[in-house]
Design a protein. Structure first.
Length: 203
């Protein structure tokens, strides 16, 4: 049965996501996306007026999926410190997923051409994560907005970003398959994260 309407639009987005990740923005074409989605160019252009618009919508798709999977620190554990450990661990786990990291690289590559799309992706992946952690810290440890924001920055800087940089430059192995929260302790060594959290959180 042929896909129509919103079902076709979503199918095109998933197909375009795969094409952009495999080929990069420059080499990807609307012809290739239409072929991958097994639809006509006419149908493709009926949903997305050009490649820039399509790319921006793919970024929005990834953004929504990421935020849904990350959740908030309070979703991970009733103990405040352990909740922070697992939230930071889950953040790192998601960033080490090959699909997410390749999208990050693609966003950086297209930042000059499509600043709104790249900026939106940055906000979702990094700014929103920082905000969720800071809000949790402010509530659980009775910190001011400035104090909680600074502490969140220190925690992420100590537990996540060094490994992310190594992965970004290809010197850290990535997770090829979609990382589930139930495999967190297998995918990520939480011991150094626990040490950093213990050292940084208020006593």
């Amino acid at each position: 049965m042929a896909r129509r309407g919103e079902q076709l639009r979503e199918h095109i987005l998933w197909s375009a996501k795969a094409v952009f990740l495999e080929m990069g923005f420059e080499r990807a074409s609307m012809d290739v996306v239409a072929a991958r989605a097994e639809t006509s160019k006419r149908s493709l252009y009926a949903h997305f007026e050009n490649k820039d618009t399509l790319f921006a919508q793919v970024v929005e798709l990834v953004r929504g999926l990421y935020l849904q999977q990350l959740k908030t620190p309070g979703d991970y554990d009733s103990d405040s410190a352990e909740a922070v450990v697992r939230f930071c661990g889950r953040f790192l786990q998601l960033l080490m997923w090959e699909s997410v990291l390749r999208t990050c690289r693609l966003g950086v590559a297209e930042a000059d051409r499509l600043p709104d799309a790249s900026g939106g992706y940055y906000d979702a992946i990094f700014v929103t994560t920082h905000e969720r952690l800071a809000a949790f810290l402010a509530q659980r440890y009775e910190l001011s907005a400035e104090e909680s924001a600074d502490l969140a920055e220190q925690l992420l800087g100590r537990t996540v970003y060094p490994r992310l940089i190594r992965a970004f430059f290809g010197v850290e192995p990535l997770l090829p398959d979609h990382p589930e929260s139930r495999t967190l302790e297998t995918d990520v060594d939480l011991a150094p994260i626990r040490r950093a959290v213990a050292a940084l959180l208020p006593g």
